[in-house]
Design a protein around this ligand. Structure first.
Ligand code: DGL
Length: 256
């Protein structure tokens, strides 16, 4: 089976890691549109153009399904009701069984403005949903600063609002953010952390169960600076533990 994934950078690795747990014998096609990163500060129209280009590339690569490993892109694709030629899954296809009395979601600027998490979680029974923009976390993760004092500072700046708020469950509404889970846990030990990726990976596995196996492998495609991306991947390869290649592709002019 061949699975297409995409994100603006390394955030999708948190989804790839979960997919590989269920399907270590799949061939993955992971597009990181690094030329257009970050996505979360862009408009609906810009993110949609980026997403349509990547969906088209993945469809032409012959994958069996697409998994949008980026909340920002998935929110934009869903808002525009895009139809794909092949089965489509996104990180927003999650199921959740945690305490939903008072839930907080940390996400990019775009995802929070879109309000999609509030709508989804309320449709699943959440009483109150607090959506908090934490766009600066994306850069911290991409720049390998997850253990820095800058990360501590940004967590306090963005999430301080959660102190004494009665929130029980925190949802990672951006695929970059689980890389900061250890730090967030240290700052807010009372919160139950929920990453939608595991539930989405299980859904993809159920849908593909009968598809032929391949040799486990990850083909990364980036739209700028393949060597810096390869270095980041080498640092995190232990998470998905498959052989990989990194190739530079051209998906068109940068979207600004
Ligand atoms: N990892 C992405 C998400 O889940 C996008 C981060 C960004 O490029 O702003 O939303």
């Amino acid at each position: 089976m061949k699975i297409g994934l995409f994100d603006s950078g390394i955030g999708g690795l948190t989804v790839l890691t979960q997919l590989v747990k269920y399907m270590p014998d799949a061939e993955y096609f992971y597009v990181a549109d690094t030329l257009n990163a970050p996505f979360g500060t862009k408009t609906q129209d810009q993110i949609l153009v980026i997403s349509l280009r990547v969906l088209d590339f993945l469809e032409r690569s012959g994958v069996d399904c697409i998994v949008t490993a980026c909340n920002t892109a998935d929110a934009s694709i869903r808002s525009a009701k895009v139809q794909t030629q092949i089965p489509y899954f996104g990180i927003l296809d999650f199921e959740i069984s945690a305490d939903l009395q008072r839930v907080a979601v940390i996400a990019t600027k775009f995802t929070v403005q879109n309000g999609i998490y509030g709508r989804i979680l309320k449709s699943k029974g959440a009483k109150e949903v607090l959506e908090i923009p934490c766009q600066s976390f994306v850069k911290i993760v991409e720049e390998g600063l997850i253990d820095s004092s800058q990360a501590d500072q940004e967590i306090e700046n963005c999430m301080g609002i959660l102190r004494n708020s009665g929130t029980s469950t925190l949802v990672f509404g951006c695929t970059h953010f689980p890389f900061l889970a250890h730090k967030i846990r240290a700052h807010f030990p009372e919160l139950i952390l929920f990453d939608p990726a595991q539930s989405v990976a299980e859904k993809v596995w159920r849908a593909l169960m009968k598809t032929n196996r391949d040799n486990g492998k990850v083909n990364f495609f980036v739209t700028s600076d393949p060597s810096s991306f390869s270095n980041k991947i080498l640092k995190y390869q232990r998470l998905f533990d498959l052989p990989f290649t990194v190739e530079l592709i051209d998906l068109g002019d940068p979207i600004r």
